[in-house]
Design a protein around this ligand. Structure first.
Ligand SMILES: [Zn+2]
Length: 302
């Protein structure tokens, strides 16, 4: 069966430079520490590879990987607000690729307008918000116009809460429970918490208590479990997520970044498909997790 991978990454050299610039501006007195941590994440080899590869080559590589892995479509996340790269990349295979928007300052007065342009002009299908990286609290009222705009554009917002590989992040903004008011005030806005909350699984479970507009994505290694007291097996995470959220609000993803020596994350895909197959839910519900929910969220009627 084909799957839709709802969480993978497109990284270009220009995006890396933008991200580096953002950190420099944010932390002018900790320049060396930021550079060192960024280098640990990206590494010279990856940057060299990015310098030598075109968007067309990245697209060809992705299509090969998707064909080999039975991935019908993939939804790409950028790492900076330079959305032209994302637009041009998606345009190379619009029936296989879809792209998310990222805004450099989601609390800015022009953020709703930028999002509208990203969706209407660039055909992007969602908004990624990263509170610990972008230094805002998700329940800050300055964000509400942006949430209202996403609601009227009928696009989902994916939040990265929890722990992160980002070179510098502020965990004061990383607790998904802060989203509770937003979920209540914007019941028609679809919100996705990436990586099962990345360490805040208990908190995202609690958010399931009375909110129907939050979804969980399964993406990545989910190695955040190694840093929790109980270290639940991934099978148990899926089981509890389905019990609380139902299969209709779980979305499969691998969090793949194609880079030298690391292709599509087939092992993660196979592991998660195996777990989904083992859940005591119907074949139709399994299909929702692996494909159907993403189809509804990203490619349904607007
Ligand atoms: Zn990711």
């Amino acid at each position: 069966m084909n799957v839709i991978d709802a969480h993978v990454h497109l990284i270009t050299r220009a995006m890396v430079d933008d991200a580096a610039q953002r950190f420099r501006t944010l932390y002018p007195f900790a320049h060396d520490a930021v550079e060192k941590r960024a280098e640990r994440l990206f590494g010279k080899e990856f940057l060299g590879w990015l310098d030598g590869i075109t968007l067309q080559q990245q697209a060809a590589e992705w299509l090969r990987a998707m064909d080999a892995n039975g991935v019908e479509r993939a939804v790409f996340f950028p790492i900076s607000g330079r959305l032209e790269d994302m637009r041009d990349f998606v345009a190379l295979a619009p029936d296989r690729f879809a792209g998310y928007a990222f805004l450099d300052d989601p609390a800015a007065a022009d953020a709703p307008e930028r999002l509208r342009r990203a969706v209407n002009d660039y055909r992007l299908v969602g908004l990624k918000l990263y509170p610990s990286l972008q230094l805002f609290n998700c329940c800050d009222e300055r964000l509400f116009p942006l949430y209202a705009e996403a609601r009227s554009l009928c696009i989902p917002i994916t939040f990265h809460f929890g722990i992160t590989h980002a070179p510098v992040a502020d965990y004061r903004y990383t607790n998904p429970l802060d989203l509770q008011l937003v979920l209540n005030l914007f019941p028609d806005l679809n919100i996705i918490a990436a990586h099962f909350g990345a360490g805040f699984f208990r908190e995202v479970c609690l958010l399931g208590f009375h909110n129907r507009n939050i979804h969980l994505d399964t993406s990545g290694t989910n190695n955040w479990r190694d840093y929790t007291p109980e270290r639940l097996p991934l099978e148990e995470i899926f089981k509890r997520a389905v019990e609380i959220y139902s299969a209709e609000r779980i979305v499969f993803g691998t969090d793949t970044v194609i880079r030298p020596g690391a292709g599509y994350r087939s092992a993660i895909k196979e592991e998660q498909i195996g777990i989904v197959r083992g859940l005591k839910i119907s074949a139709g519900e399994q299909e929702l997790i692996l494909r159907g929910n993403a189809h509804r969220l990203f490619f349904g009627k607007r």
